[in-house]
Write a protein of this length. Structure first.
Lengths: 723, 159
């Protein structure tokens, strides 16, 4: 063993196998291959990188070298680097748990570095509830291999057979002689570990978990309650200026004449123009804003176009041909067996992400390098966009993501970072772009308005004979069938991300894209079928369900809720919805009261059960469920962007209404344990139920079928009249 | 108008030569480097910029600098004393009453103002008192619980 002990061999760089080139470049970029490096090289290293780098975007790869994910300091503190960002969803806590668990160090000894393109391994973006279920695997593998290497090094250092070694809280000791010990920090001395294992050891079995699976409070809470937490808008650089950018009054409006003379006369204000980009800069954002207001601009306005009433007809008229994403049996045969047909159309409106922090970025050129601090869900995406916009290679651009003040999918797009970079280049000053609330609404990538048409039939036994589901422009996610229906087809006309020229403004991913629309339509439709069959809605679903995971959450939520059977509409105001999102199964029940005089819907309570495989931080997962259920009240009851011919009619929180304290019902959550599955998504699933659970509850309360979300008072009143 | 404005900020006297019509929010965030009060809407509709002026919670984006002349102004940075969190801050941490944290300083100061005017609020009074502060992550239930805990910890006393 001793003979293999590490020697400082810098030339190891030259003998590295080709597959490790990316890794080496990465380490070089991180400044980790500096002078004085001790390289732990062994013959085995030649094979160490047989595992291929993980595929990435535009040639970028997620590295396999564990050094990219973690560094152990001389004090044995562990720094974990991840390309993910923290926007409230809690990976800053759960990644630290995963590292501590797999590496056998104390949770408290892990520090997190997130979303910094110079320091962190590549990642596409923080979305899709992928952090734990996908990226978490990389983090665990890195920690697992690092521990394996540490054990090898310790065996040599302590002259102890590996089988006798125990790793615990950052220390490795000989179980026969516990005094014969060495700390991780003593082994690594804060340097890159150049030894690797031929094969990745097995990850720790879940039965041995002591840190993963245990509830932890947010580790960023203290910073956030004291105001010490830094968001992009809180970064300060010497000489920085705030930019306010001239915006058109409507999407599609073209500037004809722009007179900036009054703004130029304001002391200390700099006005810059580059094509359509007209900006006013000043060290104070409020002064820049005032100067911007003095700009006189004439626009060529777009012709009269769609509005929030005509949009649905427009969507149906312009629908692309469908993609059948799921089907079984033969619809015609199913129709022959149907005794009752239920056919309805469901509409869903454009909704905004409306994070409390508007899109913000600070860009700074220095020595030919550009650094951009950005509130973004995709630091590596921003790196490429910004590099392209200012004519730099991506390596010359560093994107740093401080705490992000909410994203929900809306910060997947980060146009503000490109604006800041262009302006910083033009002015040779650090430039902060912080969108106003009006800009945040105007440039949002809205959840698309959508139409769902469902035609279905019941056979003489009250079972679903066929199910023909058509979704226009919401997208596929969440529409796949999980019920035992012999003849069904799910047809998707356009995705939330692919619809050029269709929508009057930008659209994009909104927390569980497509699924909110699909689950609303499916569950309200199922309740209408249950009503037609004279069956209890829970029994009706269970009669058509074999899937054990889905049954488990429906049964769990019914128990939590204290559900008793009744045929809808029962007058009790109880709703039900369930779905699958990010591989997690989720079910919800709710109780509402509908005011027959004005159509106001008050939600008294919501219960939700989800099964998400192994759970890293049950507290964090529970909070994500609560957040989903609370946020989901908005799109179900009130949120929609009203617009006309490219103009947005709702531009601040007085007319675009998001959930408030008084709306929030009693919320109960259950996580159904299933440690046999690896972790599934947690940031989005529970929100998919909210449209369906409240629409079915309104129907159960009153018999009113509300075929458009949000269920505003007017729509509920209209549905009450039509029932 | 450029004039000298004096007030107390987080227990310290300050005297500044400023354009007194500027919004307090941007004076705090730029000249004074106190970034705890956040910009959220610019129209006093979201509460992210909430600060205390004479122990009353107000939106700093709607307050001119001259309006606070001679007043006692407190921002989130001035709530913990000697590294010891205020009971409201402690309760927010203990209840995980935050996610992205962007609304959190405003929520805490709004709760402070609420407990000044009503040290023993009912749950409904907390809900009513917090109504104008927006949270997009959906931490509402925990925020209400945190304020209940803080009120109990303060035993009806002044925050």
């Amino acid at each position: 063993m001793k003979s293999k002990t590490a020697q400082p061999v810098k030339q190891a760089v030259g003998v590295a196998p080709p597959a490790s080139v990316t890794r080496r470049e990465f380490l070089k970029r991180m400044g980790l291959l500096g002078g004085g490096l001790i390289v732990y090289a062994t013959v085995g290293d030649m094979q160490a990188f047989a595992r291929a780098a993980r595929e990435g975007y535009k040639g970028a790869k997620v590295p396999v070298d564990f050094n990219a994910f973690l560094k152990i300091g001389t004090d044995s503190r562990v720094t974990c680097f991840v390309g993910k960002i923290e926007m409230g969803q809690g990976p800053i806590t759960s990644f630290a748990q995963m590292v501590a668990e797999e590496l056998d160090v104390l949770y408290e000894s892990v520090d997190m570095v997130m979303g910094d393109t110079d320091r962190c391994p590549w990642d596409a973006g923080t979305w899709g509830s992928y952090s734990t279920r996908y990226y978490g695997v990389f983090v665990k593998e890195a920690a697992c291999e690092a521990k394996g290497v540490l054990l090898e090094l310790a065996a040599e250092r302590l002259e102890c057979p590996p089988a006798r070694l125990v790793a615990q809280a950052g220390v490795i000791f000989d179980s026969n002689r516990p005094g014969n010990r060495v700390t991780y920090g003593e082994l690594t001395q804060g340097r890159v570990i150049e030894r690797h294992l031929k094969e990745l050891p097995a990850l720790k079995p879940v039965t041995e978990y002591a840190i993963s699976g245990k509830s932890y409070l947010r580790r960023d809470a203290r910073e956030k309650v004291t105001g010490a937490a830094r968001y992009t808008g809180d970064i300060r650089l010497p000489g920085m200026v705030y930019a306010k950018i001239l915006r058109p009054p409507a999407h599609g409006a073209k500037p004809l004449d722009v007179d900036t003379s009054a703004a130029e006369r304001v002391t200390g204000v700099e006005v810059v123009r580059d094509g359509d980009l007209v900006a006013v800069l000043h060290p104070y954002p409020d002064v820049a804003q005032q100067a911007l207001a003095s700009i006189k601009a004439q626009y060529d306005l777009p012709q009269a176009g769609v509005n929030d009433h005509t949009i649905f007809e427009h969507l149906l008229k312009n629908a692309p041909s469908p993609v059948v994403v799921d089907q079984a049996g033969d619809l015609q045969m199913g129709q022959k067996k149907a005794a009752t047909i239920v056919e309805e159309t469901y509409l869903n409106s454009y909704v905004a992400h409306a994070p409390m922090e508007t899109h913000t970025a600070l860009a700074h050129f220095e020595n030919g390098k550009l650094t951009v601090w950005a509130s973004t869900q995709s630091p590596f995406g921003v790196q490429h966009q910004v590099a392209e916009a200012v004519g730099l290679s991506a390596e010359k651009v560093r994107v740093i993501t401080p705490f992000v003040g909410g994203g929900f999918g809306g910060k997947s797009a980060s146009a503000q970072a490109v604006e800041a970079a262009r302006l910083a280049k033009m002015t040779a000053k650090p430039v902060m772009v912080m969108w106003s609330r009006e800009e945040e609404f105007f440039f949002d990538t809205f959840r698309p308005a959508a139409v769902v048409k469902i035609r279905s039939g019941l056979d003489q036994d009250g079972r679903v004979a066929f199910w023909d589901f058509h979704v226009y422009f919401a997208g596929q996610r969440g529409c796949e069938n999980f019920y035992e229906i012999p003849h069904h087809r799910e047809s998707v006309y356009g995705e939330w991300r692919i619809a050029p020229g269709i929508h009057p403004f930008a659209v994009g991913p909104w927390r569980a894209p497509a699924a909110n629309t699909n689950v609303y339509a499916r569950d309200l439709h199922l309740n209408l079928m249950a009503a037609a069959a004279g069956q209890d809605p829970l029994d009706f679903r269970l009669r058509h369900l074999k899937d054990r995971r889905m049954r488990s959450v429906l049964e769990a939520v019914a128990q939590k809720f204290g559900y008793t059977s009744a045929k809808p509409p029962s007058g009790r105001g109880i709703g039900i919805a369930c779905g699958i999102d990010a591989e997690t199964v989720v079910a919800a029940m709710a109780e509402v009261v509908v005011d027959p005089k004005n159509g106001a819907v008050r939600v008294k309570r919501v219960a939700c059960a989800q099964e998400m495989g192994q759970v890293v931080n049950p507290q964090g997962a529970t909070i994500q469920m609560e957040g989903c259920l609370t946020m989901g009240l908005g799109y179900a009851l009130a949120e929609e962007m009203r617009f006309d011919s490219g103009r947005l009619l709702d531009t601040n929180f007085d007319n675009y209404t998001i959930p408030r304290f008084s709306w929030v019902p009693k919320i109960e959550t259950v996580i159904v344990p299933n440690p046999s599955l690896p972790p599934k998504g947690g940031g989005e699933p529970a929100i998919v139920c909210m449209g369906g659970v409240l629409a079915t509850a309104v129907h159960d309360a009153t018999g009113a079928k509300v075929f458009q979300l949000p269920m505003t008072r007017d729509r509920v009143m209209a549905a009450l009249k039509n029932k | 108008m450029i004039e000298t404005i004096a007030f107390t900020l987080n227990d310290q006297p300050v005297s500044l030569r400023v354009d007194s019509d500027r919004p307090l929010l941007w004076l705090l965030r730029t000249d004074l480097g106190l970034t705890g009060a956040k910009f959220g809407c610019g129209e006093g509709l979201c509460g992210a910029c909430t600060v205390l002026v004479n122990n009353e919670a107000v939106p700093a984006c709607q307050m001119s600098v001259k309006a606070v002349a001679g007043s006692d102004v407190r921002t989130i940075e001035g709530l913990a004393k000697n590294g010891q969190l205020h009971p409201i801050q402690e309760a927010f941490v203990a209840h995980d009453a935050l996610q992205c944290g962007f609304c959190t300083p405003g929520m805490i100061l709004r709760a402070y103002g609420l407990l000044v005017s009503n040290p023993t609020p009912t749950r409904q009074q907390i809900v009513d008192g917090m109504e104008d502060n927006l949270c997009r992550c959906g931490a509402h239930v925990r925020i209400v619980e945190a304020i209940q805990t803080a009120a109990r910890a303060l035993k009806g006393g002044t925050p």
